[in-house]
Ligand binder design. Structure first.
Ligand code: ZN
Length: 476
């Protein structure tokens, strides 16, 4: 029987216009099916839930994983379910030389309030797909499955089989990937469509520690602010002893009992990895306290230490300032402050650092800056992740991106963390375009009206197919 779709793919080079045309034709032929399949996944509210015997991350993430694997089977791919935690669809025979992979996830964050329609029913408006998970990361999951379908339908000879890994616990603890890696070898190279285009080849180290005051403050009865260590706080409050205080531009002072004042500061919040434009409310409060001489000896040096952390976001006043050729300069943010049961104060420190520092060095520098004023505790540290931007695999991704988009884009690094940092050789690779405008009815990932452009997806799928073809030709 003759089947035109199954004729082997013949092309002279990756720049061969016939190749690009063939990929484009495949994408257009499958456009409607892709939207339908994204809709099937969006319809499952795959938010992490209580563990059940067969569903370690909750029953909806498991349902979404099973649905994605079913889509893979419908496309003619082999599928494997790793105990309802993670799974993959695959194409190509195992020749004992390792495999290539993509990794995405089918779990989502909760919808939140403010949606004009059901967040778990896919809407299509003026070429935009709207619904929880369309961009993060159900749409990209479907794109990866269709990229594998192309390799299969065109009978592309594969040196390395390709797996489309599908996680179901990314938005929580990424336990899915740890489970997989305990049982399976890592891919030779992996790209994760769960971030921005063009390509993220490095992620800063992420250090979390605490500065705990050695003394119980005398005049500061209690202080609290912030919601998370990894966010610049929008609000902070304190109760202090003082005879007379006045409100400032940023801090309101109210006498709540004779001689006891409640102070509250408001700032501008933001993610700790991107603190530009934020104003730390705890910092405003601490500066207010110091300028009014409220902390007495011996509590004052601790507040002076806090001011050094909170007045800037580059760690420069604590001796942490650093930068290197790959990463933007270090950021240091004090996200959360609280008064402990014993009356001492605890302030968190979130540092995002490049390859010129280590977590141990950060602890040492913080101890030096803290002197006798505070104890420094390290809560967690994850070293920077860096893939050589000149490696053939990164080139394969970037050449494909620039070829399809007509751009001359360069890869970049970020301060956050994606799936990629958990692999020895991996990058995050699209399909978001923060630089491209979105209409008003569209929203960001994790937000209301989470949206993805159909045109961007069409382009992204072409990029992913072309990239996999290129990656197949490389030695690892
Ligand atoms: Zn994601």
């Amino acid at each position: 029987m003759r089947n035109e779709n199954k004729s082997p793919l013949i092309f002279s080079s990756f720049d061969d216009p016939a190749l690009l045309q063939d990929i484009k034709r495949f994408v257009l032929e499958n456009e409607d099916a892709i939207v339908r399949d994204i809709g099937r996944l969006v319809h499952i509210p795959s938010i992490a839930g209580p563990a059940e015997p067969d569903a370690p991350y909750g029953k909806e993430p498991k349902r979404a994983l099973m649905c994605a694997l079913e889509i893979g089977r419908e496309l003619g791919l082999e599928t494997v379910n790793c105990d309802n935690r993670i799974g993959y669809a695959a194409v190509g025979e195992d020749l004992g030389q390792g495999y290539l992979a993509t990794i995405t996830h089918v779990d989502v964050v909760p919808a939140g309030d403010g949606w004009p329609a059901d967040a778990f029913t896919l809407r299509v408006q003026d070429g935009w797909l709207i619904g929880r998970g369309v961009m993060d990361d159900k749409g990209p999951s479907v794109l990866c499955l269709y990229a594998l379908k192309y390799l299969k339908d065109r009978g592309v000879p594969l040196r390395y089989p390709v797996r489309a890994l599908l996680g179901s616990n990314e938005e929580s603890d990424m336990l899915d990937l740890a489970y997989y890696q305990e049982r399976e070898p890592n891919p030779l190279f992996c790209f994760s469509p769960d971030a921005d285009f063009p390509l993220i080849y490095g992620e800063k180290g992420i250090y979390h520690g605490r500065l705990i005051s050695r003394h119980t403050p005398l005049n500061v009865l209690d202080i609290s602010g912030g919601v998370a260590a990894n966010a610049v706080p929008a609000g902070a409050t304190a109760r202090v002893l003082a005879s007379r205080l006045e409100s400032s531009d940023t801090v309101t002072a109210t006498e709540t009992e004779p001689g006891v004042w409640t102070l509250s500061a408001s700032g501008v919040s933001g993610h700790a990895s991107m603190p530009e434009g934020t104003v730390n409310a705890i910092g405003l409060l601490v500066d207010y306290l110091l300028s009014r001489d409220i902390p007495a000896e011996p509590e004052r040096p601790y507040f002076e230490l806090l001011a050094k952390l909170l007045r800037v976001t580059d760690g420069s006043l604590l001796g942490l300032e650093s930068s290197d050729e790959f990463f933007t300069p270090l950021t240091a943010v004090g996200g959360k402050i609280s008064t402990l049961h014993d009356g001492r104060i605890s302030q968190t420190v979130d540092c995002r650092y490049g390859i010129s520092l280590t977590g141990e060095r950060i602890t040492a520098l913080l101890r030096e800056a803290a002197g006798e004023a505070a104890d420094v505790l390290t809560d967690s540290d994850s070293a920077p992740f860096l893939m050589n931007p000149e490696s053939p695999a990164v080139h394969a991704c970037m050449e494909s991106y620039n070829q399809v988009t007509g751009e001359e884009a360069s890869p970049f690094t970020i301060g956050g963390g994606t799936y990629a940092r958990h692999f020895p050789h991996a990058v995050a690779f699209g399909p978001e375009h923060p630089e491209r405008p979105m209409p008003d009815f569209c929203g960001p990932i994790h937000g209301v009206n989470e949206a993805a452009s159909q045109a961007w997806f069409t382009e992204a799928l072409q990029i992913y197919i072309l990239t996999l073809l290129r990656l197949e030709t490389l030695d690892y």
